[in-house]
Design a protein around this ligand. Sequence first.
Ligand code: GLU
Length: 574
Amino acid sequence: MEKVRVRFAPSPTGPLHLGGVRTALYDYLFAKNQGGEFVLRIEDTDTARYVEGAEEYIEEALEWCGIIPDESPKKGGKFAPYRQSERRDIYDRYTEQILKTDYAYIAFDTPEELDAVRAEFEAKGDVFSYDNKTRNQLRNSLALSQEEVQKLLDEKTPYVVRFKMPIDRTLNLEDIIRGHSSVNTNTLDDKVLVKNDGMPTYHFANIIDDHEMEISHVIRGEEWLPSLGLHTLLYEAMGWEAPQFAHLSLILKPDVSTLINKDNIDSITKSFTEEFVAKNNEFSFEESAALIKSFFSEVKSPRFKSMLGENEKDNALTASVKQFLKKGLSGKLSKRDGDKFGFPVFPLNFTDPKTGNVSKGYRESGYLPEAFINMVSLLGWSPADDKEVLSLDEMAKEFDLNKVHKAGARFSKEKSEWFNHQYIQLKSDEELLQILKSSDLNLNIEDEKLVKIIGLMKERATFPKDIYENGKFFFEAPASYDEKASKKAWNDETSAVLGEFAENLGTIDYTSETIKQAIHDFAENKGLGMGKVMMPLRLALVGELKGPDVPDIMELIGKEESISRINNAINNFK
Ligand code: GLU
C-alpha cells in the first residue's frame, strides 16, 4: 500500500482562522492515524492577495496548536521547496507538457477585451463564461489559425494557458465524506491554468504539487468542492493518478441567543449598526441602532426567529434590518464574527499590516492550546464513544474520516470556555504557576504562596487569569465591603465578637487546621452558631461572601494580615 501523505496548503492571504485550523488538524490527525506524513505547503502564487506576515503566522499558529508538520518551508523535506513561489521551474515543465495534450490551449484575450465581451453578454441579459460554447469566438489558439497564433507569439503578445473543458462529459466524483456525485462538463468553464506572467494559478500548481509531493489524500474545506471536477480532469490530462478527496463542511455561526446578554448588548448593537449603515447609508445610525437593539433584546425569546420574518407592514428600515440580521446571524462563521460578538476566531492575535487592526487570538485570550484544539477537533467529528476531552495523541488514535459529519458544525463560545475550564483542572498547580508567571499579571507574591492560591482557586477558573481575578483578596486587602453581604453578615454585636476573636488568634500556631479549630472553639464558648463568626470573618477578609474556605484564606494571607483585615472591618462598620 502506498504511504499516506496529507498536506495542508494554505495561501498566505491573512491569519489562519478556525476553519483553517480545523482543516490543518484533520489533515494532521488523519496522517498520524494512518502512520503517514503531514506536509505544510504554502500556496503563494497569487501575489495580489499576499499578506505580509501571514506565512509566519501560519507556522507559529500550527506550532502553538502542536500540529507539527513533518515537512514544511521552515523544516524542508525531500520534496522541497514547499513554497509555491519557489517552484516555478517545476511548473514550467508541466505547462509545456499539458500544452502538448488536447486539454489546454493558449489565449491572447486581454482583460479589456474580456470585459467588453462580458458587457455585451450582460446587455443581452446573459452571463459570459469562457467555455466550450464561447471559446471559438475568442482570441485563442483554438479559434485562430496557426499562422495568426505564431505571429502573436513572435510579437511577444502576452497570453494565458487555459484548460480545454471537454464537451458534454459526465464526471463521476468520489469524496470520502460525501460519497458519490457527478457533474457535467458543460457546466464548467475553461479555467486559466497559467497566468500571463508565467505563474500557474491555484488549480494547476495545486495538482502539480500534490502529484510531485506524492500526496495520497486531499482533505480540505467544502469551498473547494466545486473545483473537484476540474482537478479530476487535470489529473487525467497529465496522466496521473488522482489522490483521494475529502471535503470538510462549514463551521457555522454560534447560536446568537447564547452570545448576547445585558452586558454586551450595546457593544454588539454598535458593531452590527456600523456594518448595517455602511451598507445601507440611506438610514441614520441612531434609528438603525435603536431598531437593532430592540431585536437583540428579544434574542432569548422563542419568538425571535419569527420576529425576523418578512411582514408587509414593515417600513423600509425594518425590512432592511430584518434582512441584514437574518444573514448576519446565520450561516458560515466569518472572520468578522469574532470582533462583532467578542470571541476569538483566530488562534493567535493578528495585526493587519495595512490597517494596524488587531484581531483577537485564542492564545492571547487565555486559552490553553490543548483546550483550543480539542474544541476545534469536535467541530465536525465525533470520536467513537462520544468522548469529549481528548489529547492530540488520543485524537490521532481515534480519528476516522468516516466519522466526519456531512452537515455544518456549529461553533459555540460556551463550549470553548468549557474545554478551557476542563484543561485547567487537568493542569498541575505548578504548571499553572508557570502559565500565570509568564502572563502580564502583576503578581507580587512568592511562588510557594501562589501555588497554594492556585490550588484553592482553579476549580472555579475558566481562564488562568481568573485565578488571580477571582482571588484578588489573596493579594490585597478589600478596599470596600459589598453592601448586600454587609447587611447579611454584620450586626451590632459583630465588631465586639470579631475583636475578641482576633485577640485569641495571637496565641495560636497559624495553620488552616488550627484556625478552623479556633473558630469552632470560640463560637462554642460564646454560644454562637459557626456562621455568626465565619460569615463576618469572610466579609472582613474578602470584602464579599465569596471564596474558598475561610481558614484556608487566613493561613495563606498570614496572621498579621488576617488580624489587620479584621480590624479594618471593625473600623469600617463602627
Ligand atoms: N491554497 C488553497 C487554500 O488556500 C488550498 C486548497 C486545497 O487544499 O486544495 O485554501
